[in-house]
Design a protein around this ligand. Structure first.
Ligand SMILES: *[C@@H]1O[C@H](CO)[C@@H](O)[C@H](O)[C@H]1NC(C)=O
Ligand SMILES: *[C@@H]1O[C@H](CO)[C@@H](O)[C@H](O)[C@H]1NC(C)=O
Length: 208
């Protein structure tokens, strides 16, 4: 019986692991300002924000052929979670490092959000945190953030209904990462951004 149970659990674990493994990419992330006069028109790229931690920086590129690894992203999804027809998953990139034998290697890292205590502007960061930000790409290939609870609709004492939702609250802002100050992609949690350097943007997947 104990054997059957652990075999069943292993079967379940194997299902979960293989379900995690669906991946599309690589692609680039086109970042474009949505204000009528915005001059923001560039790409998202990984930038150093600590040991094996990267932000999602904004860069203007004159040439988008042969984009380096820092501009290449993937979409990892399980196939178990959707908003409408769009899969929900994580945005990943391959963080390069040098392995124990001195050879170049890379490790896949998923994007999470880092929150500031006194701001509504959160910074996407790639690192080893288990806290990932669930995202997806809609039918127009536009990047959305996923949520399933809306606390603006809470009623005291009543269990709220879940409502899977795609939101587009991206901005490009000057953001501070423990010593580094970068113009980079941000997620505005609600309302107008607290950081006055933020400009709203849309982010679109561009196949490489
Ligand atoms: C993303 O999926 C690929 C392919 O299955 C896998 O090798 C990689 O480890 C995944 N990345 C993360 C951060 O889970
Ligand atoms: C856009 O720029 C033009 C020229 O500088 C200006 O007249 C106009 O008011 C601006 N529009 C907005 C929405 O900022």
């Amino acid at each position: 019986m104990a054997y059957q149970l652990s075999a069943a659990l292993m079967g379940l674990a194997a299902t979960v692991v293989s379900a995690q493994e669906q991946q599309s990419g690589p692609f680039a992330l086109h970042v474009k300002g949505t204000n009528p006069n915005s001059t923001i028109d560039g790409y998202g790229g990984s930038c150093h924000a600590g040991a094996a931690i990267s932000g999602l920086c904004y860069s203007v590129l004159s040439d988008t052929t042969d984009l380096p690894n820092t501009f290449q992203y993937w979409f990892n999804y399980t196939g178990f979670q959707q908003v409408g027809d769009a899969e929900v998953g994580t945005l990943t990139w391959n963080q390069p490092y040098t392995d124990g034998e001195g050879n170049p290697a890379s490790v896949s890292q998923a994007m999470g959000l880092v929150y500031q205590t006194t701001s509504n502007v959160a910074a996407p960061l790639f690192g080893f945190s288990q806290e990932v930000f669930l995202i997806g790409f809609d039918s127009e290939k536009e990047l959305f953030g996923y949520s399933y609870i809306d606390d603006a609709k809470f009623v005291a004492g009543q269990q709220p209904p879940t409502a899977p939702k795609a939101s587009y609250q991206w901005a490009v802002c000057w953001q501070y990462f423990t010593g580094y100050f970068y113009q980079s992609v941000a997620w505005i949690q609600a309302g107008a951004p607290h950081n006055p350097t933020c400009e709203p943007v849309e982010i679109t997947q561009v196949n490489l």
